[in-house]
Design a protein around this ligand. Structure first.
Ligand SMILES: Cc1cc2nc3c(=O)[nH]c(=O)nc-3n(C[C@H](O)[C@H](O)[C@H](O)COP(=O)(O)O)c2cc1C
Length: 320
């Protein structure tokens, strides 16, 4: 069996090496439902939700509104205190998930401003308390998503601490908070983090096809790969990666792209209501990308909020 066919073990569960990563506002329930048409067993992260909101019911209903067939799901939290961790986890566990993740990699100003996200990587005493609170509250696999560091690299120290506190796996996006999502990920540093711990290390950053997955594996020795921007507008991406890992061809034709663009639009409307047509606007460029008339069709579709018109334009565009 090749490296790529083997599963990784996170706590008491096993998953494929390609994992659907969290993209706030993108990998929501309507999108994850599309992914499940192609990949039944791969782990998918939810978008990040703050412990405070889930524990106190502010937005909890929305965060917990997903379909059981979206599982296996790794529900991602942000936190800045131990208060509420137990209650928030209880709610999420009751909704039915397969793992819980703490995000200490988020660089967003509004998140780090409250001491959550990547700010926690520079506050180890507070981080340790929060991680222990999660570990005590989560009887399922518990993972933590980190960066290379906040303003300075300290992921090795953080990873060791997470392992000592009982985390079952670490996902590392090897950039500093200051780099946000730009610049080359520091794969050499991720390799040092991998060597420093014995729990699985999942690499996040720059894996968009099988060639990049192989390159990142060679440079980091990571156990699994979190696919972020590479899955946007390509709900078949995890299946495609697996096919290429087996040396098989994988072809997605225009008809399939059209079918999934339309299904995405329908899913957004049934989940968010009529507003779904506006949300579709940020996904549309990814479905038409690479086509000659992509710019003009995008412009045309941005000018309408009529669902039928959007569908008609897409049908004409793809010529199906
Ligand atoms: C629009 C956007 C939203 C994101 N939202 C989240 C999030 O909610 N939680 C998280 O841990 N990471 C989030 N990330 C980071 C990604 O999961 C990933 O770590 C990063 O984009 C690098 O991987 P990539 O090159 O595969 O995209 C987000 C990134 C982008 C671009």
């Amino acid at each position: 069996m090749s490296f790529w066919d083997e599963k990784i073990t996170i706590g008491n569960r096993s998953f494929g090496r390609f994992i659907g990563g969290p993209l706030d506002g993108i990998t929501d329930s309507p999108f994850r439902q599309l992914v499940r048409d192609f990949s039944k067993d791969e782990l998918l992260y939810t978008e990040m939700r703050h412990v405070r909101c889930v524990a106190h019911d502010k937005g909890a209903q929305k965060a917990l509104r997903f379909e059981q067939f979206e599982r296996p799901l790794n529900f991602q939290f942000a936190a800045n205190a131990v208060e509420g961790v137990q209650e928030a986890c209880e709610r999420v566990l009751a909704a039915g998930v397969d793992a819980i993740d703490l995000n200490i990699g988020c660089p967003a100003r509004n998140v780090i401003g409250s001491g959550s996200g990547s700010a926690l990587m520079a506050d180890l005493a507070r981080l340790e308390g929060i991680v222990k609170a999660f570990r005590a509250a989560v009887p399922l696999p518990f993972t933590v998503k980190i960066r290379a560091g906040f303003k300075e690299k300290n992921a090795i120290e953080v990873a060791r601490m997470l392992e000592d506190c009982g985390a079952d796996a670490i996902a590392i996006h090897p950039r500093l908070q200051t780099q946000r999502f730009e610049g080359r990920p520091d794969y050499a540093y991720a390799a040092e983090v991998k060597r420093a711990v014995s729990i699985p290390v999942i690499l996040s950053g720059g894996v968009v096809n099988f060639k990049t997955a192989q390159m990142v594996y060679e440079q980091t020795g990571a156990d699994a790969f979190l696919i972020g921007r590479g899955i946007w507008g390509k709900p078949w991406k995890l299946q495609e990666l697996q096919a290429h890992a087996r040396g098989e061809q994988y072809i997605i034709d225009n008809e399939m792209v059209l079918r999934y663009a339309l299904k995405h639009l329908d899913n957004l409307i049934s989940y968010y209501g009529p507003h779904g047509v506006f949300i579709f606007r940020k996904h549309l460029p990814f479905y038409v990308r690479g086509h000659k008339e992509a710019t003009s069709v995008r412009r045309q579709l941005l000018a309408t909020s009529q669902v039928d018109e959007v569908k008609e334009t897409l049908l004409t565009f793809f010529g199906v």
